[in-house]
Design a protein around this ligand. Structure first.
Ligand SMILES: *Cc1c(COP(=O)(O)O)cnc(C)c1O
Length: 394
């Protein structure tokens, strides 16, 4: 049956699978580093590419192949490529597609480790980087040079939930023969499909929403067959591939991704609406709120508000720490997208290495708290937050 006319919820469960002759119902786990050839002639054909097949897990593996093909179907890409982590996916995109003398324009509001890669590693290879505003198209446009080969963005941003317009950035990139790459980790394939909006590549940290249970690391890149093949040739040489075991765990994550993201978005909205009524709360940043400043864009490019809610409390860092330490249903950990709710203090953790002025410039205040809302009952989460906020004297 063609999967093209099926809904994504169905594809997540019934999409590409490697079926063996044992008729296993769940996806098989091929925990093997190499595959045997029927004879020397077949081995030669597999190696020269005249026959397709599995040879060695650094190059390809059936469990990994099923995972990457399944996510590519959800992202509406021709092909997918799985990597060891989300950072491996991002690194592979840059190093496979850029070379010395090329220029890249990226949002200032990217994941901190991605900023580190752009600022500290790419320049060592002679790749120039310009960081611009997440939301100001004029800044993106002004940053373009004749040697600009790639635009890189993450939307919505962490932790302030500011959107970048994927369709407009794609148009800008293509007008200058550059590629647009979108980090889709925050919303995942369930709530946003960057390729459908014109992006050339969509990358995701599968560690986050796709796993959803905080178990394994992984990354996945989706796009055209030609671009994915270029990155594949790089990755099979440099070796940042996904373990078959992790691919097997992530495949079961994909099966419940829609259900989880839908329910977690409902919980996140309830939590955000509750926080916005609290006297100790100065600001709430959530893309699902009806007063989000980019509401029209949210409706155009996202299928839900997502799971990350950021809010600022009165009383700065001290009050924020007090709230965080009083919460009992939010784990103090940097992971997000988990079925368990989590809480972090961006000022001293994810953004801790930035200079105070740079943090303030980016809108990160000492009183800001980031939640990743999970699958607990929303009433319990609100009661926990209410109790924690009552510790602050206003
Ligand atoms: C976590 C994360 C990454 C990095 O993924 P890892 O799997 O931790 O390497 C990249 N981008 C975003 C938006 C993330 O949240």
């Amino acid at each position: 049956m063609s999967t093209l006319r099926l809904h994504p919820e169905t594809i997540a469960i019934r999409g590409v699978k490697e079926q063996t002759s044992y008729n296993e119902h769940n996806s098989a786990l091929f925990l093997t580093s190499s595959f045997m050839f029927d004879d020397a002639k077949t081995g030669a054909a597999l190696f020269d590419g005249s026959t397709q097949g599995f040879t060695y897990t650094r190059t390809n593996n059936p469990t990994v192949a099923a995972f990457q093909a399944r996510v590519a179907q959800l992202e509406q890409g021709e092909a997918g490529l799985a990597t060891a982590t989300g950072m491996a996916a991002i690194n592979a995109v840059f190093l496979a597609l850029l070379k010395t003398g090329d220029h890249l324009v990226a949002s200032k509001s990217l994941f901190g480790t991605t900023i580190g890669l752009l600022n500290n590693i790419l320049p060592r290879f002679g790749i120039e980087v310009t960081l611009v505003s997440q939301t100001d198209m004029a800044e993106w446009q002004a940053a373009i040079r004749p040697n600009t080969r790639m635009l890189f963005v993450e939307t919505p941003s962490n932790p302030l939930n500011e959107l970048a317009d994927i369709a407009q950035l794609a148009e800008l990139a293509h007008r200058h023969q550059a590629l647009l790459v979108v980090d889709n980790s925050f919303l995942s394939s369930a709530l946003q499909q960057p390729l459908r909006l014109g992006a050339d590549l969509s990358v995701q940290s599968a560690t986050k929403a796709i796993d959803g249970h905080g178990r394994v690391m992984g990354g996945v890149i989706c796009g055209s067959a030609a671009l994915i093949n270029e990155i594949f040739l790089h990755v099979r040489t440099t070796g940042e591939v996904l373990s078959p075991f992790n691919a097997w765990v992530l495949l079961s994550g994909v099966e419940t991704l829609y259900l989880r993201m839908e329910k977690q978005s409902v919980n996140a909205l309830e939590v955000a609406q509750f926080l916005s009524t609290q006297p100790q709360v100065v600001a709430v940043h959530y893309t699902g709120m009806t007063n989000h400043p980019q509401k029209a864009l949210v409706q155009k490019q996202q299928q839900g508000g997502g799971i990350v809610v950021a809010f600022e409390v009165k009383g700065g860092e001290q009050a924020a720490w007090q709230v965080i330490d009083t919460l009992t249903l939010f784990s103090k950990t940097a992971n997000l997208g988990d079925v368990k709710s989590t809480v972090t203090h961006p000022w001293t953790t994810t953004h801790g290495r930035m200079a105070p002025e740079a943090k303030l410039d980016a809108g990160i205040q000492p009183g800001l708290i980031r939640l990743s809302v999970g699958l607990e009952h929303a009433a319990d989460l609100k009661a926990d937050l209410s109790n924690a906020l009552s510790q602050i004297n206003v």
